[in-house]
Design a protein around this ligand. Structure first.
Ligand code: NAD
Length: 231
């Protein structure tokens, strides 16, 4: 199975690459960090030429599994959010994943098999104060997921979004430090009193690409140590 992962250089993406069996096609910005992989394509997803080149790379490598993982967080009150920041986050977190899906689908359709997994966030499910742009882009992924699951169901292609809560990665730790609460205070508010480990996200990805999960499509799966319980 040929598996393409964006944001493969660290955090959740790296853990996904380490824990899946198959041919990994890695993408990220840092060519040096990507050189640990046999197959890689360096790409800044906010740069249109790079993004199109990654689309070509996907189209020419018979990708069976596309994992749209790369993303960035933005913590800012709405009145101090600049237009360029809105465009940047929208490009990276929403436009790029949808474009990459459009380039992966022709081969998946011809092969009557495909797995598309988007990494969303519980911010897109619950909403997060001072993170409207981030929350909107992640909610956008779940909308696209539902629509594409319907559109592609008859071709053996499943499309799902995993919504992590707080994950122990650079992003999880730096977004904790940007907010108004300490990591300890945040942990206290999580029902399981812990951050999710990246390997738990990798485990869910592994399940979603397995044959046992062929009936799971269009879903928005919260993996959040209980944060969304009761909503
Ligand atoms: P991370 O910051 O550790 O890694 C993000 C990855 O995305 C890195 O490999 C980075 O190089 C890549 N990336 C960022 N900007 C890019 C760009 N312009 N072009 C190409 N690649 C780019 O973050 P993570 O915690 O591993 O997050 C992975 C995904 O999980 C993200 O979509 C994030 O929104 C989501 N998520 C994370 C958390 C968390 O607490 N860590 C919570 C919910 C959702």
């Amino acid at each position: 199975m040929n598996i393409l992962v964006t944001g493969a250089t660290r955090g959740i993406g790296k853990s996904v690459c380490e824990n899946l069996t198959g041919n990994i096609f890695a993408s990220g910005r840092d060519e040096k960090l990507l050189s640990i992989y046999d197959n890689y394509c360096a790409c800044d997803l906010t740069n249109e030429l790079d993004l199109r080149a990654l689309g070509d790379y996907i189209a020419s490598n018979k990708i069976d599994v596309l994992i749209n993982n790369a993303g960035e967080y933005l913590y800012a009150p709405i009145e101090s959010t600049e237009y360029c920041q809105i465009k940047h986050i929208a490009r990276l977190n929403l436009e790029a994943p949808i474009y990459l899906i459009s380039r992966a689908v022709p081969y998946m359709k011809s092969n009557k098999f495909g797995r598309i997994i988007n990494i969303g966030s519980i911010s897109g499910v619950l909403g997060e104060a001072n993170a409207a742009v981030y929350s909107a882009t992640k909610a956008g992924l779940t909308g696209a997921t539902r629509a594409l699951a319907l559109e592609l169901a008859e071709y053996g292609i499943t499309v799902n979004t995993i919504n992590p809560g707080w994950v122990d990665t650079e992003m999880g730790n730096s977004s904790a430090s940007e907010g108004d609460f300490t990591k300890e205070e945040i942990t206290e508010c999580i029902p399981q009193k812990r951050f999710i480990s990246p390997v738990e996200i990798a485990g869910m990805v592994k399940y979603l690409i397995s044959d046992e999960a062929k009936g799971v499509t269009g879903q928005s799966i919260n993996l959040c140590a209980g944060l969304t319980c009761g909503y």
